[in-house]
Ligand binder design. Structure first.
Ligand code: BGC
Length: 437
């Protein structure tokens, strides 16, 4: 399982910028602050130039459903120090980001020392800034070779993922305590229940992607049109978690789930129950042996007979017209804890809007609701806002605006929005007045 020569490489990488400064000693792993207040991002959405990934392939095939390619994204591959400085400037104490499998293991079994050292350096810089890193191993994108070998509809990916998880965790040992294995493995299952045909599964696109990677087995994370992907992902999560713990026994490991607030509307009882049974219950059951469950909430939907019902006219809505009531966060946190019975970590929550005043209102109100749950005794370990930056929003390209910070698409200059400051003040205020915060 351990890649050949890996111990030697870890020993070398362990030297990457980890001089035991007093700042680092104060913030090092194991001394995590009580409540993690921070932001979340994902590698493919901010780094740029992720050319060895399956998403890059799909963004470039003729007729792609992506509005535009990810290109340079937010250039965070070089500007990550600026990102950390922004988080620090707001007084936040946590940063969830994802490491890119395609960079760490560009070919099967071939690990990049430079990529591993790069991610370790980011973690060290976080600790030096008083920021607890939370690392996601798989945030949708996989290496091309994983996709070419059958991706996430082939159980063979489970061992591949575990090998990558162990290699990464061994390198990050001593600088990371919190790991998310996989991001939203239940999202695709929800789409399947709703009978939404994955765009990427369109035969022409699939064939073009297969040609691009030279394999007719091409399969990427959101391409599955069966429930098998759920079993593969849950197996990968469990084996990945064990691999992380083999490298870092005290690591806190969980997966993150896409959990919109869901209620049965008129005629929507059966669909509600089906979504719960297929896309939530099995994941809650699996999470019950984890250290935490990552909850990710943006919207609230009411089920009708065959699909979600249209949003009520008076609901707060995001830029795409989806209902985004702030109370959804507390409702979902409660549901997740009731079923998984493990501590909850809000690993994403946000609002896709050009109206930053609405973002501030949404954030304040949602955190108010969360606070009430915590006061009532619900164990919540942290809240991470999605997202630090206006970034590459997958097939919607750069149109959506989830960021607390705007990014110039030509120069990549970052300009904080008022919401970054408002979030920081909210946190400062809670820390003064609430013992848990
Ligand atoms: C995903 C992010 C995405 C966000 C907003 C979450 O489901 O984890 O990658 O950008 O939603 O759509």
């Amino acid at each position: 399982m351990t890649p050949a020569g890996f111990d030697r490489r870890v020993a070398l990488l362990a030297g990457v910028g980890v001089a035991s400064t007093p700042a680092l000693a104060r913030t090092r792993v194991g001394a995590s602050p009580r409540f993690l207040w921070g932001v979340a991002t994902a590698g493919h959405q901010i780094e740029g130039g992720n050319v060895n990934s399956d998403y890059w392939v799909m963004e470039h095939v003729p007729g792609t459903y992506f509005k535009e390619p990810s290109g340079d994204a937010c250039d965070s591959l070089s500007r990550w120090r600026e990102d950390i400085a922004l988080i620090r400037s707001a007084g936040l104490n946590s940063y969830r980001f994802s490491v890119e499998w395609a960079r760490i293991e560009p070919e099967p079994g071939e690990f990049s020392d430079a990529a591993l050292a790069h991610y370790r350096r980011i973690c060290v810089a976080c600790l030096e800034a008083g920021i607890t890193p939370v690392v996601t191993l798989h945030h949708f994108s996989s290496p091309r070779w994983v996709a070419a070998m059958g991706g996430w509809e082939d159980f063979a990916v489970v061992d591949r993922f575990a090998r990558y998880a162990e290699a990464t965790a061994r390198t990050l040992s001593g600088v990371v305590d919190w790991f998310c294995t996989m991001n939203e493995p239940n999202a695709q299952v929800t789409s399947k229940v709703l009978q939404r045909k994955p765009w990427a599964a369109e035969p022409g696109l699939r064939a073009a992607a297969a040609r691009a990677v030279g394999s007719d087995r091409f399969h990427m994370y959101f391409l599955g049109d069966s429930f098998k992907v759920r079993d593969v992902c849950l197996a990968a999560h469990a084996k990945g978690r064990d691999a992380i713990k083999a490298a870092i026994p005290h690591a806190r490991v969980g997966m993150t789930l896409a959990l919109q607030e869901l209620t049965p509307g008129t005629g929507g009882e059966a669909l509600y129950r089906r979504i719960f049974a297929e896309a939530r219950a099995p994941f809650y059951a699996a999470a019950s042996s984890d250290d935490f469950l990552g909850v990710q909430t943006y919207n609230k939907f009411e089920t009708g007979a065959g699909d979600y019902l249209p949003a009520p006219a008076d609901a707060m809505k995001d830029m795409f017209g989806y209902p985004t009531p702030p109370g959804a966060l507390a409702a979902v946190v409660r549901e997740a804890y009731t079923h998984a019975k493990v501590p909850i970590f809000v690993t994403e929550h946000g609002n896709n809007t050009n109206d930053d005043a609405q973002r501030i209102q949404h954030l304040r109100s949602a955190i108010g609701g969360l606070e009430a749950e915590i006061a009532a005794g619900l164990p919540v370990q942290g809240y991470l806002h999605w997202s630090l930056l206006d970034n590459f929003e997958w097939s919607s390209g750069y149109v959506p605006r989830f960021g607390l910070v705007a990014v110039d698409r030509k120069t990549f200059v970052r300009t904080p929005k008022p919401s970054l400051n408002a979030y920081g003040s909210l946190v400062r205020n809670l820390r003064r007045n609430r013992p848990w915060a």
